[in-house]
Design a protein around this ligand. Sequence first.
Ligand code: ADP
Ligand code: GLC
Length: 492
Amino acid sequence: MKILLTASEAVPFSKTGGLADVTSALAHAMSANGHDVLLVLPDYPSLRSDDGWKGYTLTPLTETVRVPIGKRDVTAKLLEVRRENSNVRIILVSCPLYFDRPGLYGVDNLDFGDNCERFSFFSHAVLSVCQQLDFHADIVHANDWQTGLVPALLDVKFRSVPQLASAASILTIHNLAFQGVFPEHALMLTGLGSQYFTMQHMEYYGQINLLKTGVTFARKITTVSPTYAEEIQTAEFGCGLEAVLSSRKDDLVGITNGIDPDEWNPATDPLLPSHFNVENWSQSSGKPAVKQHLQSEFGLPERPDVPLFGIVSRLTEQKGIDLLLEIGEEFFSRDVQLVLLGTGNQEFESQLEELGRKYPEKCAIKIGFSEPKAHLIEAGADAFLMPSQFEPCGLNQMYSQRYGTVPIVRLVGGLADTVVDADSKAVNEGVATGFGFRNHTSQNLLDTIDRACSAYRTPTLWKQLVETGMRKDFSWATKADDYLTVYEQART
Ligand code: ADP
Ligand code: GLC
């Protein structure tokens, strides 16, 4: 099958969250299964070092694309990126006017004022790339609000283009909390006429909504876990789109994300000071050595016996940071340690730093984004906290299980689909991998942490949880098959 895949982020070129990991992994998984994948991304030059990306070659193409934006045309150059041993063809749409900025969507928690224009331009450019490069797409697969216009532009503007005449569109929702909502006057930038400013298409409480546009136009909609696919049809999780989504429930499928088993492998991870696997993780040269390194790097006492909790997260309400702050004092009255790496809401950042100053022997807070530190925390911590308010899928709980780090989660969305709570039944059946709670309260979080602490002090139980998690298969192989099924259904 010929698949045009597009998103606003993909590793290693750009990343603010899990979307980036998933875009790349899906492209490579589909390509490994023999499909022809064209991946189109914005080029963010500020994220690129002078020599590009390690292991990738970058070639400017002679083709360009021209996109009508309001009353003018904007031209973009195209850069082709290739990786050794990969058949995925990656095209970066280069338009410094829109994408040569210090952030992807904004700076200092403030969105850029022209985001509607930037991503209308990009969505249109994606389809023009297909035409320019003579890629006869069977599937056009868009992701999140930034490319939500793609299914609509395909139907309204590109059906006469031979390369796109018979393409079926898919939209994947990674996070319903971000919808790309803009004032009505921005409609002229989208390339769609006012006849689409209706409840059935793009209109949302008097504004335009790019994610809704994708939902209403796409032939099939997927989201990143089966539980989230159900949840988003309810008022609690639907972020105002529950009615639109449930009206399309026959075309809505949840497919749990996979993880890249090469990048996240404790036996080979180049970002770790020492390595381990499910057979030897508890030996002193295995996970305990990484724990000690983590404690030393984060300035905590190097104690092997204390349960060390890790967090790597965007610091937003979605991630339940407010619950963590609520339990702060009580949590640190226990014999525990916490390392946290994250960036986001400034209020959360400063309150967390304050906790770190108050409990220097127990709590280490690093504000920032760091791939090496993220890997070190995943591998060195004993347990990983994800008390999310909602979680479409979540990747860190899967990375944690692979690294023998027991996840403690709120059982929502993908967390409910990938973590098995250690209740007595699951423990007896040998399937438990972590600890979960249902209602989003700080008391529930604290109680669940206490359950984990008591399991930590019961070595046979802890060993069982660690090893069951490490043996789980979270790879992309079966997920790619699930996407293929959706692609095939979309084409019938
Ligand atoms: P979301 O996409 O909602 O942020 P996910 O769990 O799907 O949540 O993915 C988050 C990804 O971003 C993971 O790969 C995680 O390790 C990474 N990440 C988040 N914050 C940081 C950070 N401060 N430094 C490094 N990696 C981070
Ligand atoms: C979003 C979600 C997260 C999911 C990721 C990748 O950012 O918040 O739960 O894992 O997308 O699909």
